[in-house]
Design a binder for this molecule. Structure first.
Ligand code: NAP
Length: 483
């Protein structure tokens, strides 16, 4: 079940939240501690105001909530609310056998017994969940993973507790795989927010339902993902998930924040992942874990796509293809025969290789000259420092911007400030957030032909989809809805 945590201060506001999310959720959680005091006293009528089952929760400050009343006062308000037809009531681990529990039992309201850990994953999590189940109908552990190893531990514990009615929540950004793959972890439900997340790690009900189809995950769902650090800004789930949906493939693609690549490979094997995308800073680090790599990966020296093949992981690179696709015709027709590539980082490696592989004469400009020199030597090109950019005005057919200068939120940064375009150049900025960078704005004003980073992103993703699934990316996949 997808559970919407209601955050309005009034009962009417909570009803509005449910209405906005009605198509995406199965249940809602009414948090008395988030309501205005007077509204909390009327909470018993809330189940009659909505058609979704409701969990009743009154969270104390010590458990991450806002209730600072005495325990006696808190219990009184909970007891009064339990006159309403709630589906569940959440009672914390340390609350002894009490009237709230007795009244819930008498009224047929099921009990969630919960504990919270905002510092980490407690070592005794397994035995604590076991004990909770003796005192409630469902055990809930909300803990805070701080590494990919913690995430693996939580999936393992979830499997060991198979059959026990439970909810395991991974709080914070590390916990995202647990939130999305809650059904794989055997959790009764996952908590979702209304609209934009207000804390790292939260996911909206709409995204869980429409983008990830998290409630459809079962034991046969093929798991794919993207690894990186940072990774949560990625648009790749918006490409792959609609593609899976359009071809009727029982599969899911989600972001994994990673700190240790070896631990991630252990998790990938544990979850029997079929493949994953790789982004900054792991495109080189993955290489030593791959049993097989393609010629492109070998020559470019970086890998952005990993798939499972019998007995091993295989690495491929789709960045070079994604970059080339929008300008291939211009290279083949001879309109592009010379290029200036700005930047000599990871993305530039694939781009320079792609251009050289197609016979384009390339000059690399980079802030750090030694990096430009190494890349130029490897690919038989010219190189220079970024300050000398104006020397190349009017000299090349294609200008490719591959640095991170101009990336969101630096809308007004341009790595070749002052460069004068003739208007005949094709200018390609691989940054995709924002779509229109400062460099592209200047180039457009001069009359140049533009290409955008999102074209590269989409094309590399489409080829990756083909490598993941064996199918062409479907034309009817709606990747724009969540991009
Ligand atoms: P990277 O390996 O970290 O390389 C960063 C590059 O930017 C280096 O050349 C670096 O120069 C340069 N740079 C950074 N700060 C600079 C500054 N203040 N002034 C001048 N140069 C600066 O990163 P990457 O993986 O190549 O990614 C670079 C960009 O490409 C990112 O914005 C990324 O989002 C984008 N990208 C887009 C796609 C796509 O599909 N559209 C795919 C991959 C990457 P030094 O060598 O001097 O440090």
């Amino acid at each position: 079940m997808i559970c919407l945590t209601l955050s309005s201060k009034t009962l009417a506001g909570c009803c509005d939240e449910i209405r906005r999310n009605r198509d995406y959720i199965d249940i809602a959680e009414l948090r008395l501690d988030l309501l205005d005091e007077k509204e909390a006293l009327d909470a018993k009528q809330f189940p009659t105001m909505t058609d979704v089952p409701v969990i009743l929760t009154f969270r104390r400050v010590s458990d991450g909530g806002k209730c600072s009343l005495s325990e006696r006062a808190r219990k009184q308000i909970l007891l009064s609310a339990l006159d309403g037809d709630f589906a569940y009531v959440d009672i914390e681990e340390d609350v002894k056998k009490n009237e709230v529990e007795a009244k819930a039992r008498e009224r047929g309201i099921r009990i969630i017994r919960s504990f919270h850990d905002f510092d980490g994953v407690p070592e005794d999590i397994y035995s604590r969940i076991h004990k909770l189940i003796e005192r409630g109908d469902v055990a809930k552990a909300a803990v805070t993973p701080h590494s990919i190893q913690d995430v693996l531990t939580l999936f393992r514990i979830a499997d060991e507790l198979k059959g026990i009615p439970k909810i395991i929540v991974g709080m914070g950004e590390w916990g995202i795989p647990l939130r999305i793959l809650y059904a794989r972890a055997g959790s009764l439900l996952t908590f979702a927010c209304d609209g934009e997340p207000i804390a790292p790690g939260q996911i909206s009900a709409r995204e869980l339902k429409l983008l990830y189809r998290a409630d459809k995950v079962d034991d046969r769902t093929a798991i794919y993902g993207i690894i990186g650090n940072p990774v949560l800004h990625t648009s790749s789930p918006a490409i792959h998930n609609p593609g899976f949906h359009a071809i009727n493939y029982n599969a899911i693609y989600l972001p994994f924040l990673v700190d240790n690549i070896r631990h991630f490979f252990t998790l990938a094997e544990y979850l029997r992942m079929r493949g994953f995308s790789v982004t900054i800073p792991f495109k080189k680090d993955v290489l030593m874990y791959l049993g097989n790599i393609t010629r492109e990966v070998k020559q470019i020296g970086s890998c952005n796509t990993v798939i499972r093949v019998p007995g091993m992981w295989k690495g491929m690179n789709t960045d070079y293809y994604g970059f080339l696709h929008p300008i291939l015709k211009d290279i083949e027709s001879g309109r592009i025969s010379t290029a200036l590539v700005i930047g000599a980082g990871g993305a530039s490696q694939a781009i320079v290789w792609a251009l050289r592989n197609r016979g384009v004469k390339v000059t690399i400009l980079n802030r750090t000259l030694s990096r430009a020199e190494s890349l130029a030597t490897l690919n038989l090109c010219e190189y220079d420092t970024l300050e000398n950019a104006r020397k190349y005005e009017g000299q090349v057919d294609l200008i490719v911007q591959t640095t991170s200068v101009g990336l969101y939120p630096d809308f007004d940064a341009n790595p070749i400030e002052g460069f004068v375009f003739s208007g005949k150049e094709i200018v390609y900025d691989i940054i995709y957030k924002p779509r229109m960078t400062k460099l592209l704005r200047v180039a457009e004003a001069a009359g140049c032909t533009l290409h955008y980073g999102e074209e590269m992103l989409l094309e590399q993703g489409k080829l990756q989809f083909e490598l993941f699934t064996g199918y062409h990316y479907p034309n009817d996949a709606d990747y724009s809805a969540f991009a």
